[in-house]
Ligand binder design. Structure first.
Ligand code: FEO
Ligand code: CA
Ligand code: CA
Ligand code: CA
Length: 624
């Protein structure tokens, strides 16, 4: 039987024995990994963050560090587009829902108004609406996953109108934020919004359905988890666990190997297939192939069709965030959020144009998709997913680049990419230029499969990698990686490693999305805190450089059942926005008897996923 290598052995594999013995000089991340970072002694450690951290706890409401205010900006059911009726959860309709804010807000993006300005007081806020909790949305369905199969057709239509995304205009008014009524930009995107395909897979046989024999148009977007933006101000919304929406008999699907690799044909999470033909695998077997993409939406052009950019590949995209190559080409990083799946980047064929917005319109249709191999010696190699190169041949099922785009996971398998511990957000630090790759957890990793980049078997708490592209150029074919932190409770969870001054409240579990403030400090939100141990999901902040590196501190705590998503700062750092997703999603919790009624706390009103704005009481920058 394989035994798990010790962290010390893995450090040796990462650094080489001589360097490991020499005492970790230079390699910042290895320092965090070893937990021996030196620091001046002080009760709160040497962090540059000034807030007093919260105490780990768990209850029905949200909490933030002393000296900060929280404001609920918009909730499920609040008006978005013209004529939206007042929210009445007992009498909800699909027609009302498609004008109102939807369910389970996730990614947030801020697009300044006027377009191209650097202001900090007026924005288009774009919001992903990932999925639904039928047990908390509708009376009488009971608890848990079974509720999703008891929904009526009318309820399924409400659910389809509650997901996708929203564009709202927001403005700062004195110390608070408000949603601007009657904005011409206000928009809802749903599971039925018409969209088009572009790039190498558009028109592919595997995208054709009875409803769309061209394989070029599609209704809606699903499971929009995290996302990103482009330098020209469009919104990238990412389709993650799309397989959960498809039911019926999946045993006779074409391309069974591909469908299995994507989880299509596993029991679904919702009853949509019982009422809507295209979600029934026996009726529209190619419909699932039309999801799992990155969708580009122009928030400044409310009439423009969203476009599924197939060149970026098809997988369970967590997010899609950009950095610029030195020559101006756009590099988009994206994680595939499944246990033992991969990290990708896409590099556009051409540089973007800062002066001609129209020239960027189809920039994401041409370029090269790469998948990452994290070598044991600390190198990362980006492997091109290009038809005709290496094993990506017709004999292996890749006759065109469209095949590579649709079957990205299978192509990446052939290239022997490194299976990771569930890649979530990937973001570039604006100050040090390093790329942070968040790995949320992976209970499937066995002891014989640990390696320096994924160093723990049954990884329950996740970790964060830090990657430096060669020459500081995001367009480079390689780079180096190291570990920023290993999550879990120090002293309790094997191998948990932070700054040694991290307090009993500062440790975290299951990092998911991250944001950087303009000082380059990392703000980590969690999804999967150990509730049984009385710890809620929350927001943890840390320096990434200097004496306070990886000294995480608890800043915000979510209500019971919720995870935190969508962290983003205004450019002046004076507001930190986040989303509270699935409040009340606890065992036994229902619409009729929810575990919390956050944020309204009114009888009859269920918990409502909401966007929250956090500001400092003195109006200054957050955390400073
Ligand atoms: Fe939808 Fe990866 O969390
Ligand atoms: Ca996420
Ligand atoms: Ca997650
Ligand atoms: Ca999540």
């Amino acid at each position: 039987m394989a035994t798990e290598p010790t962290i010390g052995e893995l450090i040796e594999r990462r650094l080489g024995r001589r360097e490991a013995l020499r005492g970790l000089a230079g390699a910042g991340a290895a320092v965090a990994l070893s937990g021996v970072m030196s620091s001046p002694a002080s009760a709160e450690g040497p962090s540059t963050l000034t807030f007093k951290e919260l105490t780990h706890s768990l209850d029905g409401t949200q909490h933030v560090a002393e000296g900060y205010d929280m404001q609920v900006l918009i909730r499920w059911g609040d008006p978005v587009t013209a004529g939206a009726p007042l929210f009445d959860p007992a009498k909800q309709t699909a027609a009302a829902q498609e004008k109102q804010f939807g369910y389970n807000n996730d990614y947030l993006g801020l697009h300044p108004l006027p377009a191209g300005s650097k202001g900090s007081d007026r924005f288009l806020m774009v919001v992903n609406l990932e999925y639904v909790n039928p047990e908390l949305m509708f009376a009488g369905l009971g608890a848990g996953r079974d509720a999703g199969f008891k929904t009526t057709r009318a309820q399924v239509e409400i659910e389809m109108a509650a997901v996708g995304g929203a564009v709202i205009e927001i403005a700062r008014d004195g110390g608070t934020w408000k949603v601007v009524d009657g904005s011409k930009y206000a928009r809802r995107i749903t599971a039925t919004t018409p969209m088009e395909f572009s790039g190498p897979a558009a028109g592919h046989e595997l995208l054709k359905t009875i409803a769309d024999p061209t394989g070029r148009t599609v209704l809606g977007t699903l499971n929009n988890c995290a996302g990103g933006s482009t330098p020209w101000g469009t919104w990238l919304t990412c389709e993650e666990n799309f397989d959960a929406y498809f039911g019926g008999d999946g045993s006779k699907l074409a391309q069974p190997e591909m469908q299995k690799r994507y989880g299509v044909g596993r029991p679904p999470a919702y009853g949509w297939y019982r009422h809507v033909d295209r979600f029934d695998l026996t009726k529209e077997p190619n419909e699932p192939n039309r999801f799992g993409w990155v969708v580009e939406i122009d928030p400044y052009e409310p009439g423009a069709l969203p476009v599924k950019r197939t060149a970026l590949g098809r997988f369970k995209h967590e997010g899609c965030t950009y950095a610029l190559a030195k020559d101006g080409r756009v590099v988009l990083y994206s994680g595939d959020d499944e246990r033992s799946d991969y990290v990708y980047k896409f590099v556009t064929a051409r540089p973007w144009s800062p002066t001609d917005r129209a020239a960027n319109k189809n920039l994401l249709d041409e370029g090269t998709l790469f998948v990452a191999r994290f070598d044991d010696d600390g190198k990362v190699a980006w492997l091109p997913l290009v038809q005709g190169q290496g094993p990506l041949t017709a004999e292996n099922g890749f006759a065109t680049q469209g095949d590579v785009a649709i079957k990205t996971r299978l192509a990446a398998d052939l290239l022997k990419a490194t299976p990771m511990d569930r890649p979530e957000d990937i973001e570039t630090n604006p100050v040090n230029g390093r790329v942070y790759i968040v790995l949320t957890n992976n209970r499937d990793r066995t002891v014989d499969k640990v390696s320096p980049s994924n160093p723990r078997a049954r990884n329950e708490h996740g970790h964060i990698l830090e990657m430096t592209p060669s020459g500081g150029d995001h367009g480079a074919a390689d780079g180096t990686w190291s570990i920023f932190l290993l999550a879990g409770k120090p002293g309790h969870d094997a191998g948990a490693r932070y700054h040694r001054a991290t307090s009993d409240n500062g440790w975290l579990s299951c990092p998911d999305n991250i944001a950087f403030d303009s000082k380059g400090r990392i703000w980590i939100v969690t999804d999967g805190a150990p509730g049984a141990a009385g710890v809620a999901d929350g927001v943890y902040a840390a320096d990434t450089m200097g004496f306070g590196r990886a000294l995480t501190r608890l800043f915000y705590q979510a209500p019971t059942g919720a995870e935190v998503c969508g962290p983003i700062f205004t450019p002046d750092d004076t507001t930190f926005f986040l989303t509270v997703q699935h409040p009340g999603e606890d065992s036994g919790s229902t619409f009729d008897k929810p575990s919390t009624r956050w944020p309204d706390f009114k009888d009859g009103m269920p918990p409502r996923p909401s966007v929250v704005a956090i500001t400092r009481k003195n109006g200054g920058p957050i955390g400073s």
